[in-house]
Design a protein around this ligand. Structure first.
Ligand SMILES: Nc1ncnc2c1ncn2[C@@H]1O[C@H](COP(=O)(O)OP(=O)(O)OP(=O)(O)O)[C@@H](O)[C@H]1O
Ligand SMILES: [Mg+2]
Length: 391
């Protein structure tokens, strides 16, 4: 059996209140309280949480039953059944606004009372269920709406990325040709100017050639990215000595490292022969060393090589600014940078390209880093490419 309904009786005539109470209890209801004023009624309803309020319209005190019922409905969500002997039309009109769940005209008998209570509780429950249903519907609709919105945003973002990739691909191709022509012209100019007595002219020409070289490298990075995206990275593997190549690449960085206050040490075995694409391995080392110089904070940099029969390890370690924990996972992504653009130049492509090239060789690249302590990039390359091992 379910628990009896709990009823609050608000009636300021004591005898009537007592009668009601007895009658309700006899019918199997639980009477939480009998009170005689609106304020007591509100207080009791708040504390004892009845299922229904039987409310006399005429009450002593500032607030009458209609005002009390308004609070019950709007603030406590309780159903109210009015008890009334006689009321003038304006009072009844006010009462209707409070959406009562029933009226009982005095005098009433027990049967009328019980029917009014059951109907009121039933209607109130039905109304609550309906409201819950509407709320759930609204919540579900909101979720679906959000999912649709997310799908729309995702699609828009994908289209924007595709447009960007297409633009980069076209732009880098278009830029590369005139830049190469310019570089040839400037190199010719440099040779002529070299013989000049004017030192400033020689310096300026050298600077133009140098800047042009940098520009071409940037454009080449963009070209590489669009080739990688299009799955058009082709390796030209050949047998060579990795120790010699690493020493040669490192030599190119001795001067830039020194300008930044860093020393650069290479530790490599005398010979480390294997089959890889030398230009691409050069590019990987170049990208790692240029980062070590750029982010190395003028501290020592080390490039170390080791190898066994199966694989080689190239380790580039600096003691510079390091990478924060939340950025470390994304540094190998395209255009991802863990530093402000204004402070450190770059496109955020070096590591992305390096990883693609290492993976194209069947290898792996990873980083260990501690902010303020430095970064160590470790590249593992299989010594013989799987398909070349067979041939
Ligand atoms: N040795 C390092 N020490 C600290 N942070 C590094 C180091 N190497 C890379 N990073 C971080 O990873 C980011 C991505 O490196 P990546 O080489 O891809 O881009 P970049 O050097 O900013 O630009 P680009 O190489 O295209 O000129 C860098 O912007 C930097 O925040
Ligand atoms: Mg870089």
């Amino acid at each position: 059996m379910s628990a009896p309904w709990k009823i609050l009786v608000v009636e300021d005539e004591n005898i009537v209140a007592m009668d009601l109470r007895t009658s309700l209890i006899a019918s199997g209801y639980d009477v939480t309280d009998t009170v005689g004023t609106a304020l007591e009624a509100i207080d009791s309803a708040q504390r004892r949480k009845p299922d229904l309020v039987l409310m006399d319209i005429r009450l002593r005190g500032e607030m009458d039953g209609v005002a009390a019922a308004d609070v019950m409905r709007t603030q406590l969500a309780l159903p109210v059944v009015y008890l009334t002997a006689f009321s003038d039309e304006p009072t009844l009109r006010r009462a209707r606004v409070t959406e009562p769940f029933g009226y009982l005209l005095k005098p009433f008998d027990e049967r009328e009372l019980n029917i009014a209570i059951e109907l009121a509780i039933y209607r109130h429950q039905a109304q609550r269920e309906h409201e819950n249903f509407l709320r759930e519907q609204a919540a579900r609709a909101a979720v679906e709406e959000r999912a649709l919105e997310n799908a729309r945003l995702y699609q828009a973002a994908r289209e924007a990325v595709a447009v960007r990739d297409e633009f980069l691909s076209v732009a880098s191709h278009e830029l590369r040709t005139p830049l190469t022509a310019m570089l040839l012209t400037v190199q010719g100019l440099e040779r002529v100017v070299q013989r000049s007595q004017d030192e400033r002219l020689r310096e300026r020409t050298a600077r133009v050639a140098q800047q042009l070289g940098r520009l071409i490298k940037l454009v080449d990075s963009l070209l590489d990215v669009s080739r990688i995206k299009a799955g058009r990275i082709e390796l030209s593997p050949e047998e060579f000595d990795l120790s010699a190549l690493a020493t040669e690449v490192a030599a190119r960085f001795i001067e830039p490292a020194r300008e930044n206050g860093s020393t650069l040490v290479v530790r490599a075995p005398d010979r480390l022969v294997g089959v890889w694409d030398p230009l691409r391995v050069d590019q990987v080392l170049t990208n790692l060393l240029s980062n070590a110089v750029k982010f190395g904070a003028g501290k020592p940099i080390e490039l170390a090589l080791q190898g066994d029969d199966a694989a080689v390890r190239l380790v580039v370690a600096d003691r510079g600014i390091g990478i924060s924990k939340d950025k470390i996972a994304s540094v190998f992504e395209r255009f991802e940078r863990a530093v402000p653009v204004r402070k450190y130049g770059g496109l955020g492509l070096g590591l992305y390209i390096a990883r693609q090239l290492v993976e194209a060789h069947g290898g792996r690249i990873e980083v260990q880093s501690e902010p303020g302590q430095g970064s160590t990039f470790i590249v593992q390359l299989p010594r013989w490419r799987p398909d070349s091992a067979a041939s």
